[in-house]
Design a protein around this ligand. Sequence first.
Ligand SMILES: [Cu+2]
Length: 163
Amino acid sequence: MFRTLLLAAPAALLSLPALACDGFSVEGGYVRSSTAMSTSGAGFMTLVNNGDTDCRVVGARTGAAARAELHTHQIDANGVARMIEVEEGFAIPAGGTHALERGADHLMLMGLTAPLTQGEMVAVTFVFEDGSEASAELPVDNERMPGAMGGGSMGGMGHSHGN
Ligand SMILES: [Cu+2]
């Protein structure tokens, strides 16, 4: 009996919990702000899950801003696009992707610690549902125009993340 317990303990230590998002990566990411005066910015990218299990990003943080939030846009009753925080986060299916793009889901950087300078790199840490984390380095690209997939309806410079 005693011997069984001794054998069981090391085995338990070795059985690490399955990582919910061990196949996570970020593709084509960048962060931007509307002007050098902006106190907030936003990040756009493709969240990739090359793992075998679905995963969910539930939060983020960065040294570049006081707070990073997961946001999306909703069109209100007056046809005005508003940003709201997505409390449940963004699901990334196993073997799939989740796009963060202009006019849609995005990473919000609130309370920038310094202006986002073109070409600089910003480190962002993503927090997953199981508490695990992964980091990505995203370039600042204030000049990037919204892509063809970027929500479309906003047009031109699109929705401002300034102020
Ligand atoms: Cu936002």
